[in-house]
Ligand binder design. Structure first.
Ligand code: ACO
Length: 311
C-alpha cells in the first residue's frame, strides 16, 4: 500500500534525498517547517528596519548605495522564504496576518536599536555573520524548497557580512572617535548576536525533533560555538575587543570558552519586551496598510489577465 507520511519521510531521510511539496509528510514535519520558514521570512522583512534607519544618513554616496542594495536584498530574502512556505500549503497573507497579530515570531535581534553608523557595520559583521553560520547548514535541510532558497540567500548574506567587516575596518583605521564608535557598537551587539542562535540545547523545544527530521543539521549550541570560533580571529584583524573577559582559547576542547548570553533577556525580547519590539511591529503594520492599494491593484490586474480581458 501507499506509505504513510512518516515512513515516506524516513525513507527519503535515510537516502539523504530532499522532501518535495508533493511528497507525503507527517503533519508535525509540515507544521515545524511552516513555523521556522515563516519566522525566518518575518525576520528578513523586519530586519530591514534597523538598517534602513541609516540610509538617509550614510556618510558617503558609496556607502549609501551599498546599504540600499543590502536592505533590498533582505526584502528579496523575505520573498524567497514566503514562497518556500507557500509550497507547504499556507497562504502568505495569512502568515503576515499571524506576524501582525503576534501569533508568529521574528528574530530577537531586530528588537535592538541602531544608535550610530557603526551599528550598521556591527550588524553586517556580527548579525549577518551569525545568520550565515546558522543558514549555511540549512542549505542541506531536508525540505527541498527551503534548502534551495537558502543557497541564494547565503551567497547574499556573505556579501552583507563582508560589507559590515569593511565598514568597521574603515572606522577602526580612522580617528580615535571612530575607533571608539566601532568598539561601542561591538560591545552592544555581541551578546544579542550570540542569543540569535536560540536557547541552549537543553532548553530548545524543537531541537531534537528538528535534527531527527533533517531540518536542523547542527544544534543551537554547536552553531553558537562555531560562530565564536570564526569571529575571534576577525576581531583581531579589526582591532576590536570582544566584550567578554572570560573569552579564551581552550586547547583541550579545540574551541574558545566564552560567556553565554543572558537567556532570560532572550526570552523577554522574544515575548515582546525588547527595546524596539513595539516600534518594529507598529512600523510593519503601518507599512502593510500603506501597501494595501498595491496588493489590490495587483489582484485586479491578475484577475483581468485570467479572464482574458484587457485591451
Ligand atoms: N528569536 C526569536 N525566537 C527565537 C529565537 C530568536 N533568536 N531563538 C529561538 N526562538 C524561539 C523558537 O522559535 C521557539 O519558539 P516557538 O516554539 O514558539 O516557535 C523557542 O524560541 C525555542 O527555541 P528552539 O526550540 O531552539 O527553536 P528552533 O528549533 O526553531 O531553533 C532557530 C531556533 C535556530 C532560530 C531556528 O528556528 C532557525 O534556524 N531558524 C532559521 C534562521 C532564522 O530564522 N534566522 C532569522 C534571523 S537571521 C536574519 O534574518 C539576518
Amino acid at each position: 500500500g501507499r506509505p504513510d507520511g512518516a515512513s515516506a519521510l524516513e525513507a527519503l531521510l535515510a537516502a539523504d534525498e530532499r522532501v518535495e511539496p508533493r511528497d507525503e509528510m507527517p503533519d508535525g514535519y509540515r507544521r515545524t517547517l511552516v513555523r521556522q520558514i515563516a519566522q525566518h521570512a518575518h525576520s528578513e522583512i523586519i530586519g530591514m528596519q534597523p538598517e534602513a534607519n541609516w540610509i538617509s544618513r550614510a556618510p558617503s554616496l558609496r556607502r549609501k548605495a551599498i546599504l540600499m542594495a543590502k536592505v533590498q536584498d533582505e526584502a528579496g530574502h523575505g520573498l524567497y522564504l514566503y514562497a518556500a512556505a507557500e509550497t507547504l500549503g499556507v497562504d502568505r497573507a495569512d502568515l503576515l496576518d499571524q506576524l501582525h497579530t503576534g501569533r508568529q515570531k521574528y528574530s530577537s535581534i531586530f528588537n535592538y536599536p541602531t544608535l550610530t553608523w557603526a551599528d550598521v557595520g556591527a550588524i553586517g559583521w556580527l548579525v549577518d555573520g551569525a545568520a550565515i553560520t546558522n543558514q549555511v547548514p540549512l542549505c542541506r535541510c531536508s525540505y527541498g524548497p527551503y534548502a534551495r532558497a537558502m543557497v541564494r540567500i547565503c551567497k547574499e548574506e556573505s556579501f552583507h557580512q563582508r560589507q559590515g567587516f569593511d565598514l568597521l575596518l574603515a572606522l577602526t583605521r580612522g580617528t580615535e572617535r571612530q575607533r571608539a564608535m566601532a568598539q561601542d557598537a561591538v560591545d552592544r551587539w555581541w551578546y544579542p548576536s550570540l542569543a540569535m542562535f536560540g536557547p541552549p540545547d537543553a532548553e530548545s523545544t524543537h531541537g531534537t525533533q528538528s535534527a531527527a527530521w533533517g531540518i536542523k543539521r547542527f544544534s543551537n549550541d554547536e552553531l553558537r560555538q562555531r560562530f565564536v570560533d570564526m569571529t575571534v580571529p576577525q576581531a583581531e584583524v579589526l582591532g576590536v575587543r570582544i566584550p567578554d573577559p572570560d573569552l579564551r582559547w581552550n586547547a583541550e576542547r579545540g574551541h574558545h570558552d566564552f560567556t553565554q548570553p543572558d537567556y532570560a533577556e532572550l526570552l523577554r525580547v522574544i515575548n515582546g519586551a525588547g527595546p524596539c519590539n513595539a516600534q518594529r511591529m507598529a512600523h510593519r503594520r503601518r507599512a502593510h496598510e500603506d501597501g494595501a492599494w498595491v496588493r489590490e491593484a495587483a489582484t485586479a490586474y491578475a484577475a483581468r489577465h485570467a479572464t482574458g480581458g484587457s485591451g
